[in-house]
Design a protein around this ligand. Structure first.
Ligand code: GRF
Length: 191
């Protein structure tokens, strides 16, 4: 039986689009119950609307604490029977309230070969470090930033003359293939 995903975004949503495409092309046996954004103007919401997927805007700004915001997210996801949460460019740290509500059921994609270059601007971090390769990682989310168990990763060369932007777009192309594959792997392991 097809499994129920919830996808959380804050912006462009190209990884959300890659997940939608994989479902529509039967490369990923799942359905997306809801796409939640903490930004009302996240361009990625359009991908969900066009695919007929419910969208929800939940502003972190109207909640008095991170925990109360996370409780609202969890409520919205649980009400829609979401089994696996996929963070796709969701620019919020999750508190234990969220992480403990979905133990080993939250995935994130990060544009580096974790544990290298955690946090913000990992492509620039790779360049500053003189790395000859970087890549993309799909990992489980735990209570430490970009530190949960790795599900899948793939490397990408760093080329002479790369800027953070050129490296980011080379990594992004890999992300779009990797994320649906990693979701499939997790769903198969948790049958
Ligand atoms: C991606 O590079 C992802 O790895 C990182 O944030 C970016 C989101 O891009 N976590 P998009 O919104 O999916 O296009």
């Amino acid at each position: 039986m097809s499994r129920t995903l919830g996808v959380l975004i804050s912006g462009r949503g190209s990884n959300l689009k890659a997940i939608i495409d994989a479902i529509q092309q039967h490369r990923l046996d799942a359905s997306i119950a809801v796409v939640i954004s903490n930004r009302v103007d996240a361009p990625g919401l359009d991908y969900a609307v066009r695919a007929g997927i419910e969208t929800l805007f939940l502003s972190h700004k109207v909640y008095p604490s991170r925990e109360e915001y996370d409780r609202a997210l969890v409520d919205a996801l649980k009400r829609r029977r979401v089994e696996l949460v996929c963070l796709a460019g969701f620019m919020r740290l999750l508190s234990p309230v969220f992480v403990d509500a979905y133990p080993n059921r939250i995935l994130n994609i990060h544009p580096s070969l974790l544990p290298k270059y955690r946090g913000l601007q990992p492509q620039q971090q790779a360049l500053d470090d003189g790395a000859t390769e970087s890549g993309a990682t799909v990992h489980f989310v735990n209570n430490d930033l970009d530190s949960g168990p790795v599900v899948m990763q793939q490397s990408v060369p760093v080329l002479a003359g790369d800027t953070a932007q050129t490296l980011a777009s080379r990594i992004l192309a890999v992300e779009h293939r990797l994320y649906p594959e990693a979701i499939t792997k997790v769903l198969q392991q948790s049958r």
